[in-house]
Design a protein around this ligand. Structure first.
Ligand code: NAD
Length: 246
């Protein structure tokens, strides 16, 4: 796939799936703007993208802050001239059983995962509408489809991301902006490294393809959704989970 000359924003690109997405788009020729709250790590991602021969810059941006997001997106527009692709990847977990879940943990997860995606879609779609072209992919989760014990906040946020994807897709289609979501299952990153070994083994038994996925399995699906191969696809959720949910 070739994204030469296009500008892609990736949120939460300091590590894990977000960094992988940034590197894969850079390899495919896109210029890369990466955002995260982890200053050193996101700067490192931008350097790694530059090593692939494209323009890249990092931005310290908390996706929860609507004014900060607007300011960051304007800076990116000034620096890159246009915004073709937005990947809403920043995400967090604060797991706990419903009865014990603190209101702060509910709000934190909803704010980062759902409000953060809304903030970036709002800021970028304004620009994409003027361009009459754009691709947005939101990183949801299979947990947003099926729920999970101890993840009421996370599952609600990701179900919200899926609904946000569909509403945005309907609103923005007339302006040639496609909005899709990916729903990863268990992918090997810092987020899943926290799962105790015995539970991880049990989870693998539920995955027909027999293992956790690599971050590349998610970035491949995202690149497909942003490519011309997916030009007639909008409002969809592409599940990337080794067959766990079907
Ligand atoms: N790893 C998995 O198994 C899995 C499965 C399904 C979905 N996902 C989703 O994929 C995405 C990436 O997950 P990951 O596994 O790479 O996680 P990760 O924890 O390794 O990376 C998440 C990144 O988001 C950044 N971030 C967190 N809060 C932020 C904020 N307020 N503003 C800006 N950036 C912020 C972090 O600093 C970090 O760099 C998340 O949305 C996650 O929910 C992951």
């Amino acid at each position: 796939m070739n994204f030469s000359g296009q500008t892609a924003i990736i949120t939460g690109a300091g590590q894990g799936i977000g960094r992988e997405i940034a590197l894969k788009f850079a390899e495919a020729g896109a210029n890369i703007a990466v955002c995260d709250v982890m200053e050193d790590k996101v700067a490192q991602t931008a350097e790694l993208c530059k090593d692939k021969g494209v323009k890249s810059a990092s931005y310290i941006c908390d996706v929860r802050n609507a004014d900060g997001v607007k300011e960051t997106v304007n800076k990116i527009l000034d620096n890159f001239g246009k915004i073709d692709i937005l990947i809403n990847n920043a995400g967090v977990t604060r797991d706990g059983l419903l009865m014990k879940m603190k209101v702060e943990d509910w709000e934190f997860v909803l704010d980062v995962n759902l409000k953060g995606s809304f903030n970036f879609i709002k800021a970028c779609s304004r620009i994409m509408m003027k361009q009459r072209e754009g691709k947005i992919v939101n990183v949801a989760s299979v947990i947003g489809l099926i729920g999970n014990i101890g993840q009421a906040n996370y599952s609600a946020s990701k179900a919200g991301v899926i609904a946000l994807t569909k509403s945005s897709a309907k609103e923005l289609a007339k302006r040639n902006i496609r909005v899709n979501a990916v729903a990863p299952g268990f992918i090997k990153t810092a987020m899943t490294d926290r799962i105790p070994e015995d539970i991880a083994l049990k989870m693998k038994e539920l995955i027909p393809l027999g293992s956790f996925g690599d971050p590349a399995s998610v970035s491949n699906a995202i690149m497909f959704l942003c490519s011309e191969y997916a030009s007639y696809i909008t409002g969809q959720v592409l599940v990337v989970d080794g067959g766990m949910v079907m």
